[in-house]
Each structure stands twice: as C-alpha cells, then as structure tokens.
Design a protein around this ligand. Structure first.
Ligand SMILES: Cc1cc2nc3c(=O)[nH]c(=O)nc-3n(C[C@H](O)[C@H](O)[C@H](O)COP(=O)(O)OP(=O)(O)OC[C@H]3O[C@@H](n4cnc5c(N)ncnc54)[C@H](O)[C@@H]3O)c2cc1C
Length: 372
C-alpha cells in the first residue's frame, strides 16, 4: 500500500482499534513547539519474517460469561468468551470467577476445583483459587505454548470483546469491573519475570483527536495528540498514550511455574462432552475453555474471529506500539508482531499468503514513508 492509500484509509481509523471519533480534544501547549520525536523504525521486509501464525479469538457479541451453572451434583463456574481482549481482562475476569468459587465453598461445597483449560483464563483462575487457599487441578487439551493465549499480541487493551448493541448494562458493569481489577493486578507484575511492561502507543490518524477508550479512558495514561511535524509517522496526527504490553510467551510459563510451585496439578486431557466433565473427581469445576465452550457447553453464541500475525526478527531498540493503517505493531522480545486481521466465523488456523502480504505492505508503507 502506498503512502497516499495509507492516509486515505485514515491511519488508526482503519485499524479498528482504539479509534478516536475525531473529538478534537487536545491539551493546549504553552511555549515553543517541541522538537520532533525520534523513534527507531521497524525494518519491514519479507527476509526478516521469522514466522506467520493465526489464532481464533473466542468472541461472544453479548460478552464473556462469568456465572455459575448447576448440573446434578456438579457446580460449573464459567469464565469464557473474551474475544480480542482476554489477555487484558484475565486477572479481573478470573477474580470474578474466583469470587463465585468462594461462594460455592461458603455454601459447603468442596475446596478442590477442576479448572478446564490452560490458556490465560485457566492459569489466572487456578492461581487466584490457590490464593484463597483452595486446591486446583487443571485439565486441558492444549498447554502453553499451544494455546490461543500464546498467539495473542498482548497489548493491554480490552477491546473487540463484545458488541455494545448486543450486551446488557449488567454485562457492561461486569466488563468494567474486570478491566479495572486486571489493570491494577498487572501493574504488580511489571518486570522481566512476567514479561509485563509499560509502553508508549501511537494511534496514527488523519485528523486530530484522542484515542477513544470509553469508560476506561483513565486507564489510558499520558495522552497527547501530536501534530504534523511533531512525530515521524506518515499520517498527519499521532495520538499518544501509555498502556502495558504483556508478552504471552514469558507470562504464561511464569504463571504456570507459580501454579506448580504452590502444589497445582496439570492433566493433559480433552473433555469430549459434558458427561466427561461431570465424571471428573472434582464436583466443582471452572470452565475456562474459551472457544471450546461452544461444543462442550452448547453455547452457540461463541464464534471465532480469526486473526493472523506476521512476526519479524526482534528489534530491541523499538520501544513503542503503533495502531493504524489497518493493523498494529507490538515490539516483543520474541519478535516484532505485526497484525490486525479479523475474519468473523473463520475456523481455519492456516496463514493466508494474501493477508500476510497485506500486513507487510501496510507496515512497509508506514515505516518507509515516515521521517524516522
Ligand atoms: C491474533 C490475536 C491477537 C490478540 N491480541 C490480543 C491483545 O493484544 N490483547 C488482548 O488482551 N487479547 C488479545 N487477543 C485475545 C486473547 O488472546 C484471547 O481472548 C485469550 O487468549 C483467550 O484466553 P482463554 O484462556 O479463554 O482461551 P485459550 O487460550 O484458547 O485457552 C483455552 C484452553 O481450553 C482448552 N480446551 C478447549 N476445549 C477443551 C476441551 N474440550 N477439553 C479440554 N480442554 C479444552 C484449550 O486446550 C486451552 O488450554 C488476541 C487474540 C488473537 C487470536
């Protein structure tokens, strides 16, 4: 894609991510215009691609499910359906599930839980159960690094999670609470052990306006709109804010280690149907099977939204995120992650050459045409 086409698409407005509606609100600046920002550019070329990968976001337009369901002698607490924001929401949503587990125990239920799934929801749920003094055994078909959670980009950005026209006000309260708890929890994990760090984001835009973050506005810190000439990107404006980046390939093994160190047990096993779940040794179960909940618990609302990623050789000097031009760039220690594709209802995990090429072209236009 050439520079003009990139601009025509409206920079970040084409990304479907954190899009400002062009509200035009901008902090006023006194004094001389600041010097243009210097940033290291990403080197985009096919010979720097180390892998391409696809993942299926577990999406429900009405929003993720955290609730208790009874099946004869077994109590199941659901914690699934977090769409494109499950990494961001994990600690918060799992905290809500752990509160329901406390209720089970308070009402005389068992203190040993089966946790189905070993993605980010299963692992954070299992850890929070342990923190309450309960035991947890994880049963999962796939373990890290083979879960959707390992594919996730990792920006703290709990969006593309539900449709506001389908979700209820009750869900939106649950969502906001989960997002705020999670944001706070991740702050305590910042550092190399968990692969969590604060990072500047630039939402690239053709018009002035802040990133639109709705009810979570205050969690997107240090916001400023940079005018033409104040930044190196080829779009006229760049809306800057600071959020966290969670590196799944560091975070998931670290949480797994914590879980095992505290006496947790992991069983690799696929649950083929509900009867197998109800036959487990534990009569209290937390369901964190993500997209697997569609078949296992008959939730037809669950659909996949396929996302493809192109990963380039790592560039430790790149210390910012870009959102725009129909995609995003996250600089992780395991590579520069380029993404932004969304295919609703697509179950295939194959990489598509045309999508890979489009992602590379857009990013080449962004970094080659800038003034880095
Ligand atoms: C391309 C892409 C980019 C993303 N980027 C971001 C991002 O930047 N920020 C963000 O917050 N989120 C992002 N996400 C979303 C995030 O990755 C997901 O919301 C999250 O990983 C879901 O976690 P989970 O634990 O529910 O599911 P999963 O990681 O899929 O884990 C499900 C677990 O359940 C197990 N399971 C399923 N069915 C069964 C069964 N029948 N029996 C036994 N075990 C079963 C699986 O084996 C697995 O262990 C992205 C997702 C994709 C695909």
């Amino acid at each position: 894609m050439d520079r003009r086409a990139f601009l025509r698409r409206g920079g970040a407005a084409a990304a479907g991510l954190l899009l400002g509606a062009g509200c035009g609100v901008r902090p006023l600046r006194d004094g001389p215009t600041p010097a243009p920002l210097r940033l290291a550019p990403v080197r985009v070329s096919p010979d720097r691609v180390i892998r391409t990968v696809a993942g299926l976001r577990p999406y429900r337009s009405e929003g993720f499910v955290v609730q208790t369901e009874r099946f004869d002698e077994t109590t199941v607490i659901h914690n699934y359906g977090h769409g494109g924001g499950g990494i961001s929401l994990a600690w918060g949503s799992s905290e809500l599930a752990a509160e329901l587990a406390e209720e089970v125990v308070r009402n005389g239920g068992p203190r040993h839980f089966a946790v189905l799934g070993c993605g980010i929801m299963g692992l954070t749920t299992a850890r929070l159960l342990q923190d309450r003094g309960f035991q947890a055994t994880i049963y999962a078909r796939d373990l890290p690094p083979h879960t959707t959670s390992n594919v996730g980009g990792g920006q703290w950005s709990p969006f593309s999670v539900y449709s506001s026209s389908a979700a209820s006000p009750t869900f939106e309260r649950q969502y906001e609470r989960a997002a705020r708890i999670s944001h706070r929890y991740y702050q305590d994990l910042a550092g190399p052990r968990y692969g969590v760090r604060w990072i500047r984001n630039f939402a690239l835009r053709s018009s002035p306006g802040r990133a639109r973050t709705g009810m979570l506005e205050d969690l997107f810190l240090d916001q400023e709109v940079l005018d033409p000439g104040e930044h190196p990107f080829p779009t006229p404006y760049a809306a800057r804010f600071t959020t966290m980046l969670v590196e799944p390939n560091v975070f998931l093994p670290a949480v797994m280690d914590d879980f095992l160190l505290r006496g947790g047990r992991v069983v690799t096993r696929e649950m083929r149907d509900l009867d197998e779940v109800l036959a487990l040794d534990q009569s209290a179960v937390v369901n964190c099977t993500g997209l697997g909940s569609r078949a296992l618990f008959g939730d037809d609302q669950m659909i996949p939204i396929k996302g493809e990623l192109v990963v380039l050789l790592p560039q430790p000097e790149v210390d910012y995120i870009t959102l725009g031009g129909g995609g995003y760039m996250f600089p992780r220690s395991d590579g520069i992650v380029l993404g932004g594709s969304n295919e609703r209802g697509e179950w295939s995990l194959d990489s598509t050459p045309a999508v890979v090429e489009r992602i590379l072209d857009r990013n080449r236009a962004l970094f080659d045409d800038g003034t880095f």
